[in-house]
Design a protein around this ligand. Structure first.
Ligand SMILES: C[S@@+](CC[C@H](N)C(=O)[O-])C[C@H]1O[C@@H](n2cnc3c(N)ncnc32)[C@H](O)[C@@H]1O
Length: 169
């Protein structure tokens, strides 16, 4: 799971800017934070798990232990990002808050588990599994740039995923 997501790579290549302020939300051990920082983006890496955040560093990375599911007091409301990256994390309730934290003209890069995945691996809880086309619905206030609903089947990965690149207009 330390490999950089192909989707994140593809989306970053498509962005019109090669620097800026990017939030890696629920970043885990920081595989994408490190990648972003190496590309020249200023990164805010956020996770609830301090131990995971302690696992990595990067020249342009700032880290914060935050419970992003705290919807009554969204901890990131004073910040606006050029892009937000979310991978393998889902909380439907905070989706509008995530979108609001993206600057006008900024981008959402999102990929997570989709219907079907529960039959082949974890997570199995429907709370963490996107329904068909759900990522499109959750992002429908944004301009769609790219979307995939795919089954990845290779020796290192078996995943059902939805992935989106959307622009805040
Ligand atoms: C499956 S991992 C994905 C990590 C990373 N995005 C990646 O793809 O490598 C999910 C992450 O969400 C974090 N997480 C879960 N609940 C959270 C919350 N309420 N606030 C912030 N992070 C949370 C976990 O600590 C974990 O690192």
């Amino acid at each position: 799971m330390n490999k950089i997501s192909n989707w994140v790579k593809y989306c970053l290549e498509a962005l019109p800017y090669k620097n800026g302020y990017v939030l890696d939300l629920a970043c885990g051990k920081g595989r994408h934070s490190i990648y972003l920082s190496n590309l020249g983006y200023n990164v805010l890496s956020v996770d609830i798990d301090e131990h995971k955040l302690n696992n990595f560093n990067g020249k342009l990375i700032k880290k914060k232990v935050i419970d992003v599911e705290n919807i009554n007091n969204w901890p990131l409301k004073k910040k606006k990002f050029d892009a937000i990256v979310v991978t393998n994390f889902l909380n439907r309730q905070i989706f509008p808050l995530i979108i609001r934290s993206i600057k006008k003209g900024g981008y959402l890069i999102y990929e997570t588990f989709s219907e079907g995945h529960q039959k082949i691996g974890r997570p199995t809880n429907p709370k963490y599994i996107l329904k068909p086309r759900e990522l499109l619905r959750l992002s429908n206030k944004m301009q769609l740039v790219a979307y995939e609903n795919i089954y990845i089947n290779n020796p290192s990965n078996h995943l059902f995923q939805q992935r989106i690149l959307a622009k805040n207009v």
